[in-house]
Ligand binder design. Structure first.
Ligand code: NYM
Ligand code: MG
Length: 212
């Protein structure tokens, strides 16, 4: 019998500031793909369940202090420690919908004042997404929708700088989504674009070219 080339899964990333609807939309996208008979998994960074993730959670949510550079490296390490599993899922044909990635890593640390070039280095060579959605809205608008929570970074001034950093990091192929639309509108837009990407990645190689 002929050897059919394995059709790999697509790596679909959602990025954006806090409170832009990324997690809601990532869940809905995974559900919609699954209902269409396509294997898809939700992945979230930071992954707070690992040992490194617990240190990150201590810093974000429990008031534990850490040097800015050290915590930046922990966020990056939290991606590298997951990359083997992510690749395995993609290679066996499962799509991954990823909630935040290295762009968040650089945007938040650079917004705190760390050097942008330095911030990119630990993630250089990381697996590159096939599709990146950037959910964008003004910080005033996200505040009007219920505001930020209690975690470190959930402050208007910092989020404003984070948004500027995301725009500075934006790649030409990013899909910038108006996050002020209704949840249904955003979902329909994301699903349509994701399906088109899924139809294209099929037999292509995984690329480890982030910021190279
Ligand atoms: N964050 C997230 C970073 O500062 N660096 C990173 O590499 C990543 C992945 O963590 N305010 C920040 C952004 C968020 C915070 O993320 C927690 P979430 O998606 O709110 O759980
Ligand atoms: Mg958050």
């Amino acid at each position: 019998k002929a050897n059919h080339a394995m059709v790999r899964g697509a790596f679909i990333l959602l990025e954006g500031c806090d409170r832009t609807g990324k997690s809601t939309q990532a869940e809905r996208l995974v559900d919609a793909l699954n209902r269409r008979g396509q294997r898809a998994l939700l992945w979230k960074f930071p992954d707070r369940t690992t040992r490194i993730g617990q240190m990150i959670d201590g810093y974000l949510a429990k008031g534990q202090d850490l040097n800015d550079q050290a915590v930046h490296l922990l966020f990056s390490a939290n991606r590298w420690e997951a990359i083997g599993q992510i690749q395995a899922h993609l290679r066996e044909g499962t799509h991954l919908v990823v909630d935040r990635y290295a762009y968040s890593g650089v945007a938040f640390s650079a917004a705190k004042g760390l050097d942008l070039h330095w911030c990119k280095q630990p993630d250089v060579g990381l697996l590159t997404p096939d599709l990146t959605f950037f959910l964008d809205m003004s910080i005033e608008e996200s505040m009007n929708r219920g505001g930020f929570g209690q975690e470190r970074y959930e402050k208007v001034a910092l989020q404003t700088r984070v948004r500027e950093m995301f725009h500075a990091l934006r790649e030409p192929d990013w899909k910038v989504i108006d996050a002020t639309q209704t949840k249904d509108q955003i979902h329909a837009e994301l699903l349509g674009i994701a399906q088109a990407t899924i139809g294209c990645v099929g037999n292509t190689e995984l690329k480890h070219t982030l910021w190279t």
